[in-house]
Design a protein around this ligand. Structure first.
Ligand code: PLP
Length: 350
């Protein structure tokens, strides 16, 4: 049988995350150890209806991208960071922790196998590992799962803002926590379940694109990205703590910004300070999917506050372009963020 036509050659730019490459990498944890990983055709999996994850939400995931460069090589962005964050999430959720080398091998083997499904720049291959507890027992709410499965999915994605960046409308929610404060730094499925109600309510009732959560202790993050303020050569963002996700894009943008001469300030700040900062400043979301997105309007307590002139800021565009140029191999990789995939070399999965 001949290989299927690459997805990017046939798909008409579907929504982010709606199409998948035809393979997945799978490894199971049982009897105190990880078994051999394998690449399988993408397809449904069987799961026992008593599986721990279905009842007690023992699951976490990751999201990052691989790129095809002009020289045809395939390169993964900061996969060591995403592996480390998945391990941290697993620890916080008391799930078996993926083995670093095996996990990296599963990712590299899958990207190699899915190479034909990576669209040209500015497209990329989105990688979505998911880890979940499979122990079939429903009397175990207070017992960590002894069995688990790790699956790495992949799918072609295109530039989130095809046709140009547009300024976003963001609702500032100071009524709800996005997650339980001790679990915000885990990329736990339960955190997204916890945020869904307030996020949908904020988006629907205020015609917004996203919700920015603001705790008593200050501005936090949106439902799927970190938040930055930019003004007069300075960048202000919340300092890392257990309440929110330590974004790999956040770290990358801050690192590049320092290299470009920005002063980066990481500390807690509140809504009043944010509203002062956006007069003549910029606000941006940053995360794997959007890279960087400019905020045009903040909606807070029924009032609308324009950010700067209401358009996507110049510095937001500049930082976004600089990061994308590294990811796509246009600028040199001076921070050692890209992992090149060696074609045809089996790393973990046969
Ligand atoms: N915060 C949340 C809640 C997210 O879901 C994401 C996206 O993954 C981020 C922040 C940004 O993280 P990263 O830059 O690693 O994608």
């Amino acid at each position: 049988m001949s290989d299927p036509t690459p997805l990017h050659a046939t798909a008409a730019r579907p929504a982010f995350g709606a199409v998948f490459a035809p393979h997945m990498a799978v490894a199971d944890y049982r009897d105190g150890q990880w078994g051999a990983a394998e690449i399988r055709p993408l397809g449904p999996i069987e799961i026992h209806p008593a599986a721990h994850v279905l009842h007690y939400a023992s699951t976490c995931f990751e999201g990052f991208k691989a790129y095809r460069w002009a020289d045809t090589s395939l390169n993964v962005f900061r996969m060591d960071r995403n592996i480390a964050r998945m391990q941290q999430s697993a620890r916080l959720l008391m799930l078996p922790v993926p083995d670093s080398d095996q996990f990296a091998g599963m990712i590299l083997d899958l990207v190699d196998r899915c190479g034909d499904d990576i669209p040209e720049a500015p497209g990329s291959l989105y990688l979505r590992p998911v880890l979940f507890g499979t122990t079939p027992t429903i009397g175990a709410a207070s017992v960590p799962p002894a069995e688990a499965r790790l699956i790495v999915l992949a799918g072609p994605v295109w530039d989130y803002f095809e046709g140009g960046l547009r300024p976003l409308r963001i609702f500032v929610d100071n009524q709800h926590l996005r997650t339980a404060p001790h679990l915000g730094e885990a990329k736990a499925g339960a955190n997204y379940a916890s945020a869904l109600g307030p996020t949908v309510a904020g988006i629907r009732s205020h015609g917004c694109d996203q919700v920015l959560f603001s705790l008593d202790s200050g501005i936090q993050e949106t439902g799927a990205s970190n938040f930055l303020l930019i003004r007069n050569g300075q960048i202000l963002t919340r300092s890392l703590d257990s309440t929110f996700l330590p974004g790999v894009t956040r770290d990358s943008v801050l690192t590049m910004a320092r290299g470009l001469g920005f002063e980066v300030i990481e500390r807690v700040f509140d809504v009043d300070e944010m509203l002062a900062w956006i007069q003549g400043g910029e606000a941006a979301l940053c995360g794997t999917a959007v890279v960087m997105a400019g905020v045009g309007t903040l909606v807070y307590k029924g009032r609308e506050y324009p950010v700067g002139d209401g358009e996507v800021g110049t510095e937001t565009r500049r930082l976004r372009a600089a990061l994308m140029d590294v990811q796509h191999g246009v600028l040199p990789d001076r921070y050692g963020w890209m992992t090149r995939v060696e074609p045809g070399v089996a790393h973990a999965a046969k």
